[in-house]
Design a protein around this ligand. Structure first.
Ligand code: ADP
Ligand code: MG
Length: 239
């Protein structure tokens, strides 16, 4: 695992939980309720990946697949400025793509292979969120098996990209406060359950008091389980 590189999240505590930061060659899943901060972390890491290695980045670019329309250029600019980076330049180094449905989302990831093989400066791929279109299009128990099959294939493609091109993949997954209401849907299973049959790191994000958030490591193969606290501030993710 010596060749794995890390991208800082902006919080030393969260980096510590992750064994130094968001890893390359791995898919990291952020799951949690609406408003827990999944999208904020994705924005922050898209900025931070551009930092030089001595500041916790990979001097790389990001590809941001936005399925919910929550990508905000203004937020990127604010986070960039706070780090003393040129906001325009930082924004140019984040290719954001709005995916309108599952087929589109899958097609984008299939095309990434081509894009990334021609541009080895791409060091981060974000899919925010991985599950929203799948849930909307394949609702109902009778569609669950087909949906999981399609989703698993999609996730495996992302894992493969991470491994082949030594880049970090972050996917988000919104879960409900009352997962028992969605019994039988494996993507809603909160806790120690295995969501998908793909390798990777799973981190649960939970709301705490005010701008404080709790991150919990869930069944990581090579990292200890545990919880840390971080904050979402107007300048971004911090301790
Ligand atoms: P999720 O993607 O998990 O649904 P978000 O990442 O969108 O949640 O987090 C939303 C939360 O982030 C807001 O409720 C707010 O607390 C915080 N947040 C968003 N923008 C800012 C900002 N500019 N300054 C401070 N906090 C912010
Ligand atoms: Mg979000």
């Amino acid at each position: 695992r010596a060749s794995v590189k890390k991208i800082t999240t902006g919080s030393q505590a969260l980096d510590g939980l992750l064994g130094g930061g968001i890893e390359t060659r791995t898919m990291t899943e952020l799951f949690g309720e609406f408003g827990s901060g999944k999208t904020q972390i994705c924005h922050q890491v898209s900025v931070n990946v551009q930092l030089p290695s001595e500041k916790g980045g990979l001097s790389g670019k990001a590809l941001y697949i936005d399925t919910e329309g929550t990508f905000r250029t203004e937020r990127i600019k604010a986070m960039a400025s706070a780090l003393g980076l040129d906001p325009k330049e930082v924004l140019q180094n984040i290719m954001s793509i709005r995916a309108i449905n599952t087929d589109h989302q899958i097609a984008i990831v299939e095309e990434l292979q081509d894009i990334i093989s021609k541009d080895n400066t791409i060091k981060l791929v974000v899919v925010d969120s991985i599950t929203s279109h799948f849930r909307a299009e394949y609702s109902g128990r009778e569609n669950l098996a087909v949906r999981q099959q399609k989703l698993n294939r999609h996730l495996h493609q992302l894992v493969r990209l991470a491994e082949i091109y030594d880049l970090a993949v972050i996917v988000t997954n919104q879960v409900m406060a009352r997962p028992d209401m969605f019994y039988g849907d494996p993507t809603v299973a909160v806790g120690g359950h295995t969501l998908y049959h793909v390798p990777g790191i799973r981190v649960q994000i939970k709301k705490s008091r005010g701008n404080r958030r709790i991150a919990r490591m869930v069944d990581a193969p090579h990292l200890p389980e545990g919880e840390v606290v971080f904050s979402i501030t107007n300048t971004g993710i911090r301790d």
